[in-house]
Design a protein around this ligand. Structure first.
Ligand SMILES: *Cc1c(COP(=O)(O)O)cnc(C)c1O
Length: 428
């Protein structure tokens, strides 16, 4: 690049904190709380002794073997644990190597299922505006075509069908509630009618619906009402489409539900990001027996996908340990503790001129400005206030590691205040 943005060197990380250095030497380091969980993934923090140990133990056995014709205990145990933890019916697991690959695999599953059913003409996907599903080409095709980060590719991508973005949640309920149940009824009904119309107009060519349930992430940090999930389910069933929930960001407790899919069960579920507690890249796609049968009835008989590093044993071993940590702790009250502090701490920013909106869902806090964030000055101010933040577009936001103490959450809140003020000043 001819004009790269500044980067900071990480020289160490433990618990919820990163040690940063601008020169790379240990002499000038600062400690900051990681407000981003390394993009949703490091939910248990860094250098967790149990996760470190899980990697070491597996490395002493073997670090990788091909996953064609061979299998191994970490993959079997992880598959069982995922089937166990996710809603009933999602009994088949495919291990992929990143979130984007998981979305590709999910879309391929849907297409192969439709072929297996003798409907090869069903080749398109229905989604909603404002979404984000990853950076490879099929993922880009279902990401928001204008607002998203892939607009320059629009003439090269498969053309999918976009319905309207689900409406925003009403202003947050009283302190303590983190569930996204507060829905403006009339708006949801109007949205549902428009979404149903788009589906009906294209039903003959649609293979599936793919959405991020309850919270659109990198497309704009947009939480939306639970009732929209039921609409997705009904529309999919009505028109013989499969429903794919991309829970790569929302999975593993982040929204206050272990999986949003507990509210409405999809046919295909994508998981990634926090799956390994942020230690290694790994993703999983879960589906039903019925979809598995449909895929097997297609001309290839099997799902045609086999990445070299599929089911990597180190990644599976650390994912399994991360799931144990998550489910043996009281993650739910931890999420509402962090979410409550974020909401109380960020809500006052709503009245600041230049701030467009403040929203929270689960352990996610979002401040939207009226103009694009000035990232360098916002980042500097956040670090000076003690936290690492990575704003994008008009958003300063956080999804802290679940191990954050109250004090660490308050540090993140203070850093968001500082980042917002610094950006407003720089863009005034
Ligand atoms: C991050 C993300 C992806 C892509 O995952 P990668 O591991 O970055 O490829 C896909 N969908 C959603 C909802 C995501 O948040």
């Amino acid at each position: 690049m001819t004009d790269p943005t500044p980067v900071r060197m990480v020289v160490g990380a433990s618990g919820a904190r990163l040690r940063l250095s601008s020169t790379g030497s240990a002499a000038d380091t600062v400690q900051v709380v990681d407000g981003m969980s390394s993009w949703w993934s490091a939910i248990h923090g860094y250098r967790h002794p149990r996760l470190d140990q899980a990697i070491r133990d597996q490395a002493e056995k073997f670090s990788h073997v091909m996953f064609g014709g061979l299998t191994h205990q970490p993959a079997i145990s992880l598959g069982r644990a995922l089937v166990e933890l996710t809603p009933a019916g999602l009994d088949k697991v495919f291990l992929a190597d990143s979130g984007s690959v998981a979305v590709e695999v999910a879309m391929k599953m849907v297409l192969q299922y439709q072929r297996g059913l003798g409907r090869p003409e069903r080749t398109r996907f229905l989604t909603v505006l404002g979404g984000y599903h990853g950076d490879t080409f099929d993922c880009m095709s279902v990401t928001d075509p204008d607002g998203g980060m892939h607009s320059m590719w629009s003439n090269l991508l498969p053309t999918q069908v976009f319905g309207p973005q689900p409406p925003a949640l009403a202003k947050p309920a009283a302190s303590g509630a983190t569930d996204a149940t507060d829905a403006p009824l009339a708006e949801v009904d109007a949205w549902a009618a428009a979404f149903r119309d788009v589906a009906a107009a294209h039903a003959h060519e649609l293979a599936g619906i793919i959405v991020e349930p309850l919270l659109q992430g990198a497309g704009g940090m947009h939480p939306y009402p639970e009732r929209c999930l039921q609409v997705f389910r009904e529309v999919a069933d009505e028109h013989g489409m499969l429903l794919v929930f991309d829970e790569i960001a929302t999975g593993f407790g982040r929204t206050g539900h272990l999986f949003v899919s507990e509210l409405v069960t999809p046919d295909v579920l994508c998981l990634g990001k926090a799956l390994t507690g942020g230690y290694m890249t790994l993703a999983a796609v879960l589906t039903t027996e019925e979809v598995g049968r449909g895929i097997s009835a297609s001309e290839s008989g099997v799902l045609m996908h086999g990445p070299t590093f599929m089911g990597n044993p180190l990644a599976c071993a650390v994912a399994l340990e991360s799931l144990r940590l998550l489910t043996r702790a009281d993650w739910k009250s931890n999420i509402s503790r962090i979410g409550g502090r974020l909401r109380d701490g960020l809500e006052p920013l709503r009245d600041l001129p230049g701030v467009k909106d403040v929203r929270t869902i689960g352990a996610v806090g979002i401040v939207q400005l009226e103009r694009p964030v000035d990232v360098p000055s916002a980042t500097d101010a956040a670090i000076a206030a003690g936290a690492w933040l990575r704003p994008f577009r008009d958003l300063v936001y956080t999804m802290p590691p679940y191990v954050c103490t109250d004090h660490e959450v308050d540090t993140i809140v203070a850093a968001i205040h500082a980042a917002v003020r610094a950006s407003l000043k720089a863009t005034a």
